[in-house]
Each structure stands twice: as structure tokens, then as C-alpha cells.
Write a protein that binds this ligand. Structure first.
Ligand SMILES: Nc1ncnc2c1ncn2[C@@H]1O[C@H](COP(=O)(O)OP(=O)(O)OP(=O)(O)O)[C@@H](O)[C@H]1O
Length: 353
């Protein structure tokens, strides 16, 4: 359980700056997600943090560099590459060898293999493992020394939906025990369910460091969904507010037509409570409380008033769009297959044989 402090991490490959002066803190007791488009520098950053790559800056684990920690496996569990295992040993022996090197009892190998669901294949060689099985073995290896800190690069890669669900529960529960979890992933829906804090980078630079809700707030605009039988009156009333836009959703347009817009409030009010036809509006540029107040002062009945926040994926695309390194382009039609050369003496213009 340690605070990770990354300070001024920097790495270039020739002219290419892969990690550009990154500083951030990863705190215990929560999952910190590490996000960025392809090639943003996530893996390089993780390697720098663990002194596995040459670069500048430093990373401290409760004030100590990785290289100075006597038994790193007992403090920091890391999986940076899913398939980095000994080529000839069985999964169990691979873990027992690592355990022996760090003064960890051999029985722990069986415990962690059981924990990650690989007990049945522990006598098999990891080279025969699928990517998902290799990921599970990687996590078993990381947990061998019961470390307080986990650094995991794309641990969900290759896992099936059950495996992803399981991994999320495991990481959340390890964080709940007070451990420090730093995990990269491209699965944004998973990240939104799992992470408390985010470090988001693009082209090696910091884009955002803070809590997940703050990221979504900063890079997207919340809207207010309103359902009312009086869409026209409400649209007019909201139109007087600066910076507010109102969009009629398809259902609202249908109601407006059906009730011969503008709505006759007296006719609608005469309907039994709850049976008035309701149209939907999406309001941007203000909050639900303001929409509710405006509706109240305009005498507009509301059936629903909901704040709608955007997804982590929408925020990620907005935040990192400009720093996307590998941008796809439209694929034109395939060229026609080459025509075989005409046989010698054959007709080339067509015609009756
Ligand atoms: N050994 C290397 N030699 C040259 N360039 C490298 C090397 N390793 C990484 N890079 C470059 O550094 C940049 C960052 O790469 P990195 O693998 O850290 O990104 P990433 O965010 O982990 O990407 P992904 O999400 O695709 O795994 C990329 O532009 C990559 O091409």
C-alpha cells in the first residue's frame, strides 16, 4: 500500500517523444485508470515507472525508487506483458521459482493459481495458454508476494466477458483492502465501472488527472431531458435564457402535431391526471433545477426532468481526439482484379464466333 509519485517522466526514441514530462500521483485504496489512444505512451510510462526503460524523471513508491526495494515482488506486483513466461517450465513451477527468489513460501503458488482460476492447468506450460489464460497467470504472478501495489498494463486484454467481470471485481476488492491499483485499459465501459481516478494522456502528454466524474464533466456537456405536454410553451420560456438550446426529440414532434401545436393548455389540463400526451425535449446549456424553475414560472406541467451525463467513452473521444496518433481513413473500393492477357490470336473486341 503505497503512494506512487511519478515526477517528470520523459522518454524519446530518436526524434520521437514517447513520454513528455509526465507527473502524477497514484493513491492507495482506489483503482486509478490509465487511458490514452494507441501509441500515447502508456506502456512506456509503466516501464519507466518500474525502471525497466531508460529515460528521465523518477517514480517513487512511498518515497523509494523501484530499484532500491529489497523484495519488490512483496511490495509491487506488475504485469506489463501478457505472455512473458519461462518457455519450458509449467505454470506452477514458474511461480514456485519466482516465489523462491523472493522468500515467498512455495504453497503460495498454488494459492494464487487457484485464485485466478488456473488450478486445473497448473501443470501445463504457459506457452500453450490462450491470451486470456496468460493474463490470469500474469495476475497470479503479480499477486504472488501479496503486494500492496499493482501496476497492470491492459490486464483485460484477451479475457472473455466473464473474465472481464471477474477482473473488475478482483481489482475493486483489492483496492477496497487499501491497495494501490494502477491499471491501463482500452475498455472504457469497464474503466467507468472500475476506476475511481484517471490519468489520461495523449502523445505522451498529460490531458487529465483527477476523478472519473470530473473528467466526464470537463470534456462533455450534460443535458436535461424534459417530458411535458407543453413542449411549445416550455421551449419559448427556455428560449429567453442566454446560452440555452432546446431540441425537440422525435416524440415531442409527434405530440406537437397530434395536439395541433401550439398546445391548448386548457384542453390538455382537462385530461385526467397522468394521461396528458407527453413530448420530450433535450435542453443544453443549463441544469435541471433551472429548467424546473422556468417551467414552474411558465405554468408548465412536467412529467420528467432528468440530468443526462455523457459516457466516459464520449469524454475520452473528445479529450483525446486531437492527440490521436493513428487516425483511420476511408477505404476506397478495391481495384478490379487484373484481366488475364488475351490468348494469342483471340478476338479482343467480342463478336460472333
Ligand atoms: N522500442 C521502441 N522503439 C521506437 N519507438 C517506440 C518503442 N516503443 C514504443 N515506441 C513508440 O513510443 C510511442 C508510445 O508507445 P507505447 O507502446 O508506450 O504506447 P501505448 O500508449 O502503450 O500504446 P497502445 O495503447 O497501442 O498499447 C509510440 O509512438 C511507439 O511507436
Amino acid at each position: 500500500m503505497s503512494v506512487i509519485t511519478a515526477q517528470g517522466l520523459h522518454k524519446r526514441y530518436g526524434a520521437k517523444v514517447a513520454v513528455d514530462d509526465l507527473s502524477f500521483e497514484v493513491r492507495p485504496g482506489m483503482v486509478t485508470g490509465f487511458l490514452g489512444p494507441n501509441g500515447a505512451g502508456k506502456s512506456t510510462t509503466m516501464r519507466l515507472m518500474l525502471d525497466l526503460d531508460n529515460g528521465s524523471g523518477q517514480t517513487l513508491f512511498d518515497g523509494r525508487r523501484f530499484g532500491t526495494i529489497r523484495h519488490p515482488m512483496r511490495e509491487i506486483g506488475a504485469v506489463l506483458e501478457a505472455k512473458a513466461f519461462h518457455p519450458t517450465r509449467t505454470a506452477r513451477n514458474h511461480l514456485r521459482m519466482l516465489a523462491a527468489g523472493s522468500g515467498i513460501p512455495a504453497t503460495r503458488a498454488d494459492e494464487v493459481l487457484e485464485f485466478v482460476g488456473l488450478a486445473d492447468v497448473k501443470r501445463k506450460k504457459p506457452k500453450s495458454f490462450s491470451l486470456g489464460m496468460a493474463q490470469r497467470l500474469g495476475l497470479a504472478q503479480a499477486l504472488l508476494g501479496d503486494p500492496g501495489t499493482l501496476i497492470l498494463d491492459e490486464p483485460a486484454n484477451g479475457l472473455d466477458p466473464h473474465g472481464i467481470h471477474w477482473l473488475r471485481d478482483v481489482l475493486k476488492s483489492l483496492a477496497g483492502q487499501g491497495r494501490t491499483i494502477f491499471v491501463s485499459s482500452h475498455l472504457l465501459s469497464e474503466m467507468s465501472l472500475m476506476a475511481d481516478q484517471l490519468v489520461v494522456i495523449g502523445r505522451g502528454r498529460m490531458i487529465y488527472n483527477g476523478d472519473v466524474d470530473g473528467f466526464v464533466r470537463e470534456f462533455t456537456q450534460a443535458t436535461v431531458l424534459v417530458r411535458t405536454p407543453h413542449t411549445t410553451q416550455l421551449t419559448t420560456a427556455l428560449g429567453s435564457l442566454d446560452g440555452v438550446t432546446v431540441e425537440a426529440l422525435p416524440a415531442a414532434a409527434a405530440v406537437a402535431a397530434a395536439t395541433a401545436d401550439p398546445v391548448d393548455p386548457a384542453a390538455v389540463a382537462a385530461l385526467p391526471a397522468g394521461s396528458q400526451p407527453s413530448g420530450a425535449l433535450r435542453v443544453a446549456g443549463t441544469d435541471a433545477a433551472t429548467v424546473g424553475e422556468v417551467a414552474f414560472h411558465a405554468g408548465v406541467l412536467l412529467h420528467e426532468l432528468t440530468t443526462q451525463t455523457a459516457s466516459l467513452e464520449t469524454a475520452f473521444i473528445t479529450a483525446t481526439g486531437a492527440s490521436e496518433e493513428y487516425v483511420a481513413h476511408d477505404l476506397g473500393p478495391a481495384p478490379p482484379p487484373p484481366q488475364p492477357p488475351p490468348a494469342a490470336g483471340a478476338e479482343t473486341t467480342g463478336g460472333a464466333a
